[in-house]
Structure formats: structure tokens, C-alpha cells
Design a protein around this ligand. Structure first.
Ligand code: GLC
Length: 537
């Protein structure tokens, strides 16, 4: 047994507004995704030729449900319909069918912590203090001296307090994000049941799993105690585990489904609580990883800490980009030229560590953040740069929509779209796209890289090196500095190795002596050792 699909495969996140616009309104849609499925995986199962499919195994779609778009879809007014800007339920069914026929699993976003303030549940809840849905949200009288009931803050700094006063009924309501995103009251069993029904709606339709938005927030102190140093009352309350077990049991009513949670808690002991017991989440997004400084020692230590804390049965997940964070090529840019190289190194890291890799659309192109002029800013929390439209074609002949849209795109594409677009990279064997395609091809053909054991290996201070082993043995060596460094691998009992892949397209493949290996600036390599031993797990 080589693990479930969500353990073996690579999951690719699509931000539907920004992937491909089929109906020419400047905003991406479901039909646009359908049109580009062959780019993701053509379903032939053959090693892709140059210019062939990327080879991802699953897609995760950020929300496409009905929404007033105060938070671009994370404010949902109908959980079981598609927003007209993205298409229809029929388009979703076509997407599901098109993906499944190519062997691509489909994971959708589930946003249980809050709805839109225009969701009928909230309008009903806000209609009077006696509304039967009053208790579906968190309403409280002002503090004794006036003002918000406690010191909780919105996760968006620009919003300030997590409470908004509602004049007509004279109470405050809680919102962990914008005032247009009132928090549901998960202490109310009716809310829990209703949200489980949302899961079943999409499971019945055939989705393969869910990414659970801000899952650590669906359990808060019911007494609404003030946050205090060392104890946050508005996240990760002990009730979380029971709630997760119930969610998991809904998922387990169906075969072979998966839940991955956004566990935005910046300490690993709390993160692993979500996966260690085996009956809560299947996977947890680890944001500690995203916040690490770009040093080999930091990544080495963080992987070691995770491995130490996680039960052997718990399966890791790794990512370095998503729709809420500056892209790697920008975030980790050091010396000139290092950003694009580091984007490749980051892709190699997440795709070779033991666990499930998540890539964010455009990461395979090494996209940097886009420059957003002040008059084009639309997001309340400064996240437009990493949400720029996918550049498919050269703007010099496709126009400013770069093949994403025939209309003006809702956000500008990256400055260098002419060189970074899919069209330009597709046929170039030295491109980031060619590299990531090759990386995924290698991974998909090697059980050792999918499910083999992992062990850290001594190397130079700037080099993070680890071994993956099952029926074959691989070493992955990643140079986090922008200088050439001897890898410092020392004597290997298996002697000679074969260099399978480098982030540097100029590096020759073939036999190498690991002892004399020198890594170039920001270079990562995958070495295969011929003397792989029998599988030991
Ligand atoms: C999550 C999403 C983010 C959204 C927030 C509120 O953090 O990833 O994009 O703004 O939840 O739903």
C-alpha cells in the first residue's frame, strides 16, 4: 500500500478569480478552469513530454459560492450555489467530471467559521433579539461601561475590534474578519448540523475533500473571556477536538475523502493536535513553515520539530505559497537574481519532504508578486499582489489580459508576464515550468519520494539535506545561500550517485561523487543511489 491519493499526490491550489476567465468579464470562472485542465494533468498517465501537462494529482479550489465578495468569496451568502461571476452548478459538475476523467481529485473550500452578513441566516438573526436564528451568531450586549463586549480583535489589522454594534437590536455581533463576515456560533448544535449538511451537499455531488477555512476558530470560549498573554480565548478552545471528530465522521460516511485544515497557529505542538489522534483532520496546513526565515538551519530545525511532535501515523503537509501570503520569489528575494532561484528551491523542498505538497497556481512559473498601483488595490488586507491573474500568453500579442482574459483583468498581471507566461515557459527546457514539471514527474514515478521514510543527513551549514528511502534511496540537498558551497556530504556507504534533477537547468545530470559535490547559489539537487535497499518503511 502506497498511501491514499492525498498522501501520494501533489495538490494544486486554484484561486478561481485569477486562473482563467472564459466569459470575458475580467474575472476568472469555473469554465476557465475546465478549459485548462489539460495543462494541469492530461490524464494519459504518461511522463509528460516537453510542453506537456504539469502532472498534479488534485486541485483545491478557493471559494466559488454565492458571495457579495467583501472578502472575495470567503464571505458566503449561499453555501450550496455557485456565484454567477464564477458560473453555475452545472459548470461545477462539468469541472468535476472533466477533472475526474483525467484522474484529478477535486478539493473545495468549506468556510464554517462565518457567513456573509447577507446570508439569510444572518439577516434573520439580525431581524430581532427574539429571532429563532438569533443564537446562530454571537450577539452580546455592550460592555458595562459601553463599547465592545471584550478585547477580541479582527484578524485583519485594518478592521480593528472583532465586534460591530448593530443599532436596530442594540447589541454587538462578533466577526473574526470583516464586519461583513459575522461569526457563526458553533456552540449552537443547530449551526453544527446545518454546516454538516453543507459538507454532505458537496460530498453527494462528488467532491473528494475539503480545505477547512480557519478551522482553529470554530471553537472559542463560550464565556467570551478577554484574550490574555499566553491564552487566546477566541481560537483553539478545547471543544475543537469534539467538533473535528464530528466533521471527520461526516467525511467518513463517504469513501476515500480528505479534509485539510487551515491551522493558522504559529506553534507546532498545537498544530499537530489536529492530526495526531487519527480521527480529526487528515492534513493540517503548517503556517510555522511559511513564516521561517530563509536559512537552512531554520528549515532543518522546523522539519525536525514537526517530525518529533507528530505521531508516525500522522501525515504531514507542506506548502510555502497560498492566496494570503507574498509569493516565494518576492518574499525570499535576497541578492539580485535569487528570487527566481529560491522559488525553484522552495518547490523542490515541498515536493520532496515526506508529506503532501501543496502548490499555488503560478508557483510553477516562479511568479513573483504583482505590483498593484494604489488605485487598483481591492483587498482589505493587502493580499492583491499574490492574487494576480495567471499569465497564459504573451501580453505583446494577447493584450494586458495575458491570455487570462480578453477583457481588462480584475487585477493587473505581473510586470514580467511577457517572459513568465505559460506560453513563454512551455517550450523552454530551462524554464521554471519545465523544472516543476520534471520534479512532479520524478516524484510520481518514485514510491520513495511519495511515501518513503525520511531522515536528516549531515551537510554544510547552509545546506539542508535529507534522505528519502523505500525501494530506492534518494538524497535531497538544498543550498539556502546565494553563494556556491561544497555540499559537505561526506562519505556515503553507497558510494556513487546519479544526479536526477537540479534547480539549475545548466547542471549536467548523471553520475556524481557526493563527496565532491559543490552546490551553486540557491541550488537544490536530487541524488539517486543505486544501492537502494529493500523497503523498510
Ligand atoms: C482564511 C482565508 C483568507 C480569508 C479568511 C477569512 O484565512 O485563507 O483568505 O480572508 O480565512 O475567511
Amino acid at each position: 500500500m502506497n498511501g491514499a491519493w492525498w498522501q501520494r499526490g501533489v495538490i494544486y491550489q486554484i484561486y478561481p478569480r485569477s486562473f482563467a476567465d472564459a466569459n470575458g468579464d475580467g474575472v476568472g470562472d469555473l469554465r476557465g478552469i475546465v478549459d485548462h485542465l489539460d495543462y494541469l494533468n492530461d490524464g494519459t498517465g504518461r511522463p509528460p513530454p516537453a510542453g506537456g501537462a504539469l502532472g498534479v494529482d488534485a486541485i483545491w479550489l478557493s471559494p466559488f459560492y454565492r458571495s457579495p465578495m467583501a472578502d472575495f468569496g470567503y464571505d458566503i451568502s449561499d453555501y450550496t450555489d455557485v456565484d454567477p461571476v464564477f458560473g453555475t452548478l452545472g459548470d461545477f459538475d462539468d469541472l468535476l467530471e472533466g477533472a475526474h476523467s483525467r484522474g484529478i481529485k477535486v478539493v473545495v473550500d468549506w468556510v464554517p467559521n462565518h457567513t456573509s452578513d447577507r446570508h439569510p441566516w444572518f439577516t434573520e438573526s439580525a431581524s430581532s433579539r427574539d429571532s429563532p436564528k438569533r443564537g446562530w451568531y454571537v450577539w452580546r450586549d455592550p460592555a458595562p461601561g459601553g463599547g465592545p463586549p471584550n478585547n477580541w480583535r479582527s484578524s485583519f489589522a485594518a478592521v480593528g475590534p472583532a465586534w460591530t454594534f448593530h443599532e436596530p437590536t442594540g447589541q454587538y455581533y462578533l466577526h473574526s474578519f470583516t464586519p461583513q463576515q459575522p461569526d457563526l456560533n458553533w456552540d449552537n448544535p443547530e449551526v453544527e448540523t446545518a454546516m454538516h449538511e453543507v459538507l454532505r451537499f458537496w460530498l453527494d455531488r462528488g467532491v473528494d475533500g475539503f480545505r477547512i477555512d480557519v478551522v482553529y476558530k470554530i471553537a472559542k470560549d463560550p464565556e467570551l473571556g478577554d484574550n490574555e498573554p499566553g491564552l487566546e480565548h477566541d481560537v483553539h478552545w478545547p471543544t475543537i477536538h469534539d467538533r473535528l471528530r464530528k466533521i471527520r465522521s461526516v467525511i467518513d460516511e463517504y469513501d476515500d475523502r480528505m479534509i485539510v485544515g487551515e491551522v493558522y497557529l504559529l506553534d507546532l505542538p498545537r498544530v499537530v493536535e489536529y492530526i495526531n489522534s487519527g480521527d480529526e483532520l487528515n492534513l493540517a496546513h503548517n503556517f510555522v513553515f511559511v513564516h521561517l526565515p530563509w536559512h537552512a538551519a531554520a528549515f532543518r530545525a522546523s522539519v525536525a520539530e514537526f517530525t518529533e511532535l507528530a505521531e508516525t501515523s500522522a501525515w504531514p503537509a507542506w506548502f510555502l505559497e497560498n492566496h494570503d501570503h507574498s509569493r516565494v520569489a518576492t518574499r525570499y528575494a535576497g541578492e539580485p537574481g535569487s528570487g527566481p532561484r529560491r522559488a525553484r528551491l522552495a518547490a523542490m523542498l515541498v515536493c520532496t519532504l515526506r508529506g503532501t505538497p501543496f502548490l499555488y497556481y503560478g508557483q510553477e512559473l516562479g511568479l513573483p508578486d504583482a505590483r498593484i498601483p494604489p488605485d487598483r488595490v481591492v483587498d482589505v488586507a493587502g493580499r492583491d499582489p499574490e492574487r494576480a491573474p495567471m499569465p497564459w500568453l504573451r501580453p505583446s500579442h494577447a493584450g494586458p489580459g495575458a491570455g487570462f482574459s480578453t477583457a481588462g483583468p480584475w487585477l493587473p498581471v505581473v510586470t514580467d508576464a511577457e517572459r513568465l507566461c505559460v506560453e513563454a515557459q512551455q517550450q523552454d527546457p530551462a524554464s521554471a515550468l519545465a523544472f516543476v514539471r520534471e520534479l512532479l514527474r520524478l516524484r510520481s514515478g518514485e514510491r520513495a519520494l511519495q511515501s518513503g521514510s525520511q531522515r536528516p543527513v549531515d551537510a554544510a551549514a547552509d545546506v539542508f539535506c535529507f534522505e528519502r528511502r523505500l525501494d530506492q534511496r534518494f538524497l535531497i540537498a538544498l543550498n539556502f545561500s546565494s553563494a556556491s558551497v561544497p555540499a559537505g556530504l561526506g562519505d556515503d556507504p553507497d558510494g556513487a550517485a546519479v544526479l536526477e534533477l537540479s534547480t539549475d537547468p545548466g547542471r549536467a545530470r548523471g553520475p556524481v561523487d557526493p563527496r565532491s559535490l559543490v552546490l551553486g547559489p540557491d541550488e537544490g539537487v536530487i541524488l539517486r543511489f543505486p544501492a537502494g535497499e529493500a523497503a523498510t518503511g
